[in-house]
Design a protein around this ligand. Structure first.
Ligand code: 3PG
Length: 395
């Protein structure tokens, strides 16, 4: 971005790919529950705006099926972005159509335009290079330069992330640069002891990262819904807890390879239903009742995890320990997050849900070394995969 600013962008149209895929309040779809991803891209937008660029921002939101769907409009995001920028943002009702073209053409120096959801266009996510390319042509036609600051989407080979870079002079935004620098440090030279904390619902989503990290970590702490498949692999009954039956033998293999480095909860909060008002109690993992489901790790597990975290020099954390959105099941995530903020070392919060948990639970963000905006992207980086959005910028 500094290179682009150095060239002078006053009056030039700059397409910025941002990741404005923010969560919304479950009870009120118009209300953004965590605007962290919008805030994270502000420095790039402000730098371009203040340099007099005509800034055209694009993003996906959710996973609409390649056609307009009002549930996934970026309208509320445009409003919030305008509030944060201190100036209203122009919002185009389509992504590359008449509305977008007219709005891009009418932009004044220093004005910011947000295009409608990229994924309202089938070409954005198409697996067919030609289809994606045709959509990238239309996007590229709106601007003279391209800046990618959508770290959360760099693992997607999508038109706005991958193909547009080949069509315009392209630059990395400050957020992408910073995220890649931090993850490179954690991947290549983590100071030991290196502790990774993984949560979230599915083992299958995290299998590749577990396999990549096991040889590198001192301890891998596992909580969240995914811990029950590991507990089952250890021979515990898990009641009605989330279970990936087809992953049990994989978990058993991982546990035997790990040689004690995978640490599982010793107690959980077991509830009668997935509901904030459901009856619940803390039980040891050997006593999970058949009719209950575990929705959080218990206090003894928090203490165990906190002790391991406390001795670490590097911590990477991805995935909540429980259903933190429901107050009775938030203590595990809170306890682990707070333990991470206290380490005498460097910590990274990897991604979407965990970053949202930090902010939703009101945990002091300054206690973390880095809070990533990319869940899937940071995991794929740690797995050692090449990220299409990053390689497109490098070529
Ligand atoms: C995310 O939330 O991880 C990014 O915005 C990417 O979204 P996606 O998984 O729908 O591609």
């Amino acid at each position: 971005l500094d290179d682009l600013l150095g060239e002078g962008v006053s009056g030039r149209r700059v397409l910025v790919r941002a990741d404005l895929n923010v969560p919304f309040d479950k009870n009120d779809l118009g209300v953004i529950s965590d605007d962290g991803r919008i805030r994270a891209v502000l420095p790039t937008l402000i730098a371009l705006r203040d340099a007099g660029a005509r800034v055209i921002v694009c993003s996906h939101l959710g996973r609409p099926k390649g056609a307009p769907d009002p549930k996934y409009t970026l309208g509320p995001v445009a409003t919030r972005l305008g509030e944060l920028l201190g100036n209203p943002v122009v919002f185009a009702e389509d992504t590359v159509g008449a509305s977008a073209q007219a709005a891009a053409g009418a932009l004044l120096d220093g004005q910011v335009l947000l295009l409608e959801n990229l994924r309202f266009n089938a070409g954005e996510t198409s697996k067919d290079d030609a289809v994606r390319g045709a959509f990238a042509d239309e996007l590229a036609a709106l601007a003279e330069y391209y800046v990618d600051d959508a770290f959360g989407a760099v693992h997607r080979k999508h038109a706005s992330v991958y193909d547009v870079a080949a069509r315009l002079p392209h630059y990395a935004g400050g957020l992408v640069l910073k995220e890649v620098e931090v993850l490179r440090k954690v991947t290549e030279s983590p100071e030991q002891p290196y502790v990774v904390v993984l949560g979230g619902s599915k083992v299958s989503d995290k299998l590749a990262v577990i396999q990549a990290l096991l040889p590198k970590v001192d301890k891998l702490l596992v909580g969240g819904g995914m811990c029950f498949t590991f507990l089952k692999a250890q021979g515990h009954e898990v009641g009605k807890s989330l279970l990936e039956a087809e992953m049990i033998s994989t978990c058993a293999d991982l546990l035997s390879q790990a040689d004690g480095r995978i640490v599982l909860p010793v107690d959980v909060v077991a509830a009668t239903a997935f509901d904030a008002s459901a009856e619940h109690e803390v039980v040891d993992i050997s006593d999970i009742p058949a009719d209950r489901l575990g929705l959080d790790i218990g206090p003894k597990s928090v203490a165990l995890f906190a002790e391991t975290i406390g001795s670490a020099k590097t911590v990477f954390w991805n995935g909540p320990m429980g259903v933190f959105e429901l107050a009775p099941f938030a203590a595990g995530t809170r306890g682990v997050a707070e333990a991470i903020t206290k380490i005498d070392g460097f910590s990274v919060v990897g991604g979407g849900d965990s970053a949202a948990a930090v902010r939703t639970l009101g945990i002091d963000e300054s206690g973390f070394g880095h809070i990533s905006t990319g869940g899937g992207a940071s995991l794929e980086y740690l797995e050692g995969k090449s990220l299409p959005g990053v390689s497109a910028l490098e070529s």
